[in-house]
Ligand binder design. Structure first.
Ligand code: XUL
Length: 539
C-alpha cells in the first residue's frame, strides 16, 4: 500500500504526517514532530527565531531547517517501511527567504550520503540567516516598492496584497540596499518552501503560486512574476527568482543523497507550498463557503475564493490556493505567543487558564485587551505595547478572558473584507484543542466551530497534496473532494454551537473593541464612555 509524506517546517518545529492510501483504505500511518529550540540548541534560537535586540527584526538559520529535515528523515526511516513511499510534499512558514550562491546547484546535486546535510551546505548560503514572517523592519522598503509600481492599490490588484513588511519583496529590497555585495553574490532566492524542496530533489525547485503570492512579486492572475514589482524591488532580481509551477507539479524525485543515506526510494517530490495554503486543504476547505481559523504561532483566518476579491482596505491578502482557486487570508502575529505571555504572567497552566476563562462572564464587563506583545501585522503596529481598557493589569481572570475575546473580535472584525457569510468554522492549530477558547470563537462569529481529526492541518495538507500531485502525474482523474475525504473532515459531534444571546452581546462589544483599537492606533477618541455604556447595558 503506497505511503504519502507531508512535512511542515513551521516557525518552531518540523512535523511529519504519513498517509497510507489505497482505494477505500485510508489512514494516518505516522505522525511526528521535532521542536527546533530543544532539539537543536546549537543554533541559539528562541521559539525558532534568532534573538535580536530590535523587536522589528526576525530571522532564522536555514541550516537549522536543513538539519531538522535530515533528522526527520532518519526518524521516518526508523519507524516505517519507507520502500512504499510514493510521494512527498511539504508546507513551510510563508514569506521567509533563503539566499543561495552559484555553488548551490552543484553542491545539492553531489551531496555525500555519509555526512549530515547541514555540514555540507553552509558554503552555498550567500546570507547566513533567513528573514522570516515575523520581521517588521522594512516599512521604508514597502513604501519605496509601492511608490515605484504606482501605489498600494496597484500592487494589491496585481499581487493580491499591498506591500507588507514581512513579504519577500520588501525583505529582498532591504538586503539589496544594506549588503549589496552579498546580494550580488546571490544566485537564487528561495522561499522556505522551495528551499526545502530543493534539498530533497538535489536541484533548484520551483515555487508554487500559493507561496509565490506571499512575495508581493507574483501576478496573481497569470501566476508569473510581475515585472514592475520585480524591477522595483532590486536590480537583477528577475535572474535570481525560481520559476513558478502549479501546486500539483512533481518537481523531481528524492535525490541519491536521501536514497543512499536512508534507504528511501526515488519517491516523487510534489511542489512545496506555504503553511496556510496547505492548511486550506488540510482542513478540507476545497470549496468556497466556509472559513478556517488556525490558532498557531500566528493566528490566521482564511477561506477559499473562486475569484480573487482583493481587500481594498489593505488588511488582508489573496493567495493562490492548492486547488488552483484563490484564498483570502488575514494574519495576526500575536497568536500563541500572546496567549502564552498572559498565561505565564499569572503563573497559570493551560488548564488553570481554561478555568479562568470559565469563571469570567462573557463580555468581561466591557474590558478590552489589545495584546500587541510583539509588533502586530493586523492592524499594523510597529511599536509593540499592551493596551488595557477597563481592565487592571493584575486581574488574572480578567486578562485571560480579555486576551481570548480580544483576539477573536480582532479576527471577526478584520476578516469582514472577505465577504464570507460564516456558517461554520474549521478550527486548527495547537490552541484549537482548547474547547473553552473555541466556545468564545463560536459566540463571537455566531457560527458553529468544528475541530478536526488531525490537529496539524498544514502537515496533513502537505501529505494530501503529495497524494493529489502523485495521482495527477500518473494520469488518474481525481477530485479534491476525493483527496481530502476521511482525513480532513470536521468532527461533527464535537461542534461548538454559538449562543444567540452571547453572539448579540459580542456584536455590541466589537463596536467597543473597534473604538479601543482606533484610540490605541492614534486615530480615535477615548473609548471609556462606550465601555461604560456597554457595562451599564449588561447590568
Ligand atoms: C501568513 C503568515 C504566517 C506564516 C506563519 O501570511 O505570515 O501565517 O505563514 O508560518
Amino acid at each position: 500500500m503506497p505511503l504519502y509524506l507531508g512535512l511542515d517546517s513551521s516557525t518552531q518545529s518540523l512535523s511529519a504526517i504519513v498517509l497510507e492510501v489505497e482505494g477505500a483504505r485510508r489512514r494516518v500511518a505516522f505522525e511526528s514532530s521535532i521542536p527546533f529550540d530543544e532539539a537543536f540548541r546549537r543554533y541559539g534560537t528562541s521559539h525558532g527565531v534568532l534573538p535580536n535586540r530590535d523587536p522589528a527584526i526576525a530571522a532564522s538559520p536555514p541550516l537549522l531547517w536543513a538539519d531538522a529535515l535530515d533528522h526527520m528523515m532518519a526518524r521516518l526511516a526508523g519507524g516505517l517501511e519507507l520502500g512504499r513511499l510514493a510521494a512527498i510534499s511539504g508546507s513551510a512558514q510563508q514569506h521567509g527567504s533563503v539566499y543561495l550562491n552559484a555553488r548551490a546547484a552543484a553542491t545539492l546535486a553531489a551531496l555525500d550520503p555519509a555526512r549530515p546535510l547541514a555540514d555540507q551546505i553552509g558554503g552555498i548560503l550567500s546570507r547566513p540567516v533567513a528573514p522570516i514572517w515575523m520581521d517588521s523592519s522594512t516599512s521604508v522598503e514597502c513604501a519605496e516598492i509601492e511608490a515605484a509600481v504606482g501605489g498600494d492599490q496597484a500592487l494589491a490588484q496585481h499581487t493580491g496584497s499591498r506591500a507588507f513588511e514581512r513579504f519577500t519583496a520588501a525583505q529582498i529590497r532591504k538586503f539589496f540596499k544594506q549588503d549589496p555585495a552579498a546580494y550580488a553574490a546571490t544566485d537564487r532566492i528561495h522561499l522556505v518552501s522551495s528551499f526545502l524542496a530543493s534539498l530533497l530533489t538535489g536541484r533548484h525547485a520551483p515555487m508554487d503560486p500559493g507561496d509565490g503570492s506571499g512575495t508581493n512579486l507574483m501576478d496573481l492572475a497569470r501566476c508569473q512574476w510581475w515585472q514592475p514589482a520585480v524591477d522595483s524591488t532590486a536590480a537583477g532580481l528577475a535572474g535570481k527568482l525560481p520559476s513558478i509551477a502549479p501546486a500539483s507539479t512533481v518537481v523531481g524525485t528524492l535525490s541519491p543523497y536521501w536514497q543512499t543515506r536512508y534507504g528511501l526510494p526515488a519517491a516523487k517530490v510534489v511542489a512545496w507550498s506555504g503553511d496556510n495554503p496547505c492548511s486550506l486543504v488540510g482542513v478540507g476547505l476545497v470549496r468556497e463557503g466556509g472559513l478556517a481559523i488556525s490558532l498557531g504561532t500566528s493566528d490566521t483566518v482564511f477561506g477559499l475564493m473562486r475569484e480573487p476579491r482583493v481587500d481594498r482596505t489593505g488588511t488582508g491578502h489573496v493567495f493562490g490556493a492548492p486547488t488552483g482557486d484563490y484564498m483570502g487570508l488575514t494574519c495576526f502575529k500575536n497568536g500563541s505567543l500572546a496567549r502564552e505571555r498572559v498565561r505565564d504572567a499569572f503563573g497559570l497552566s493551560w488548564s488553570s487558564f481554561s478555568e479562568a476563562l470559565r469563571r469570567t462572564p462573557p463580555g468581561n464587563r466591557g474590558a478590552i485587551l489589545l495584546p500587541w506583545f510583539e509588533p502586530e501585522i493586523t492592524p499594523t503596529v510597529l511599536t509593540p505595547g499592551i493596551h488595557r481598557y477597563g481592565l487592571s493589569a493584575d486581574d488574572a481572570d480578567g486578562n485571560v478572558r480579555a486576551v481570548i475575546e480580544g483576539q477573536q473580535m480582532a479576527m471577526a472584525l478584520h476578516s469582514r473584507w472577505m465577504q464570507v457569510t460564516v456558517a461554520s468554522i474549521h478550527a486548527t492549530g495547537g490552541a484549537a484543542a482548547n474547547r473553552d477558547i473555541l466556545q468564545v470563537m463560536a459566540d463571537v462569529f455566531g457560527a458553529a466551530v468544528y475541530q478536526l481529526q488531525v490537529g496539524n492541518s498544514a502537515a496533513l495538507g502537505a501529505a494530501l497534496r503529495a497524494l493529489h500531485g502523485s495521482m495527477v502525474a500518473e494520469g488518474r482523474a481525481v477530485t479534491w473532494d476525493e483527496v481530502v475525504k476521511d482525513f480532513a473532515e470536521p468532527v461533527a459531534p464535537s461542534a461548538l454551537r454559538p449562543d444567540p444571546a452571547r453572539h448579540a452581546m459580542y456584536q455590541d462589544l466589537i463596536e467597543v473593541y473597534t473604538a479601543c483599537e482606533a484610540q490605541a492606533l492614534g486615530h480615535g477618541p477615548d473609548p471609556s464612555p462606550l465601555i461604560g455604556e456597554f457595562a451599564a447595558s449588561r447590568r
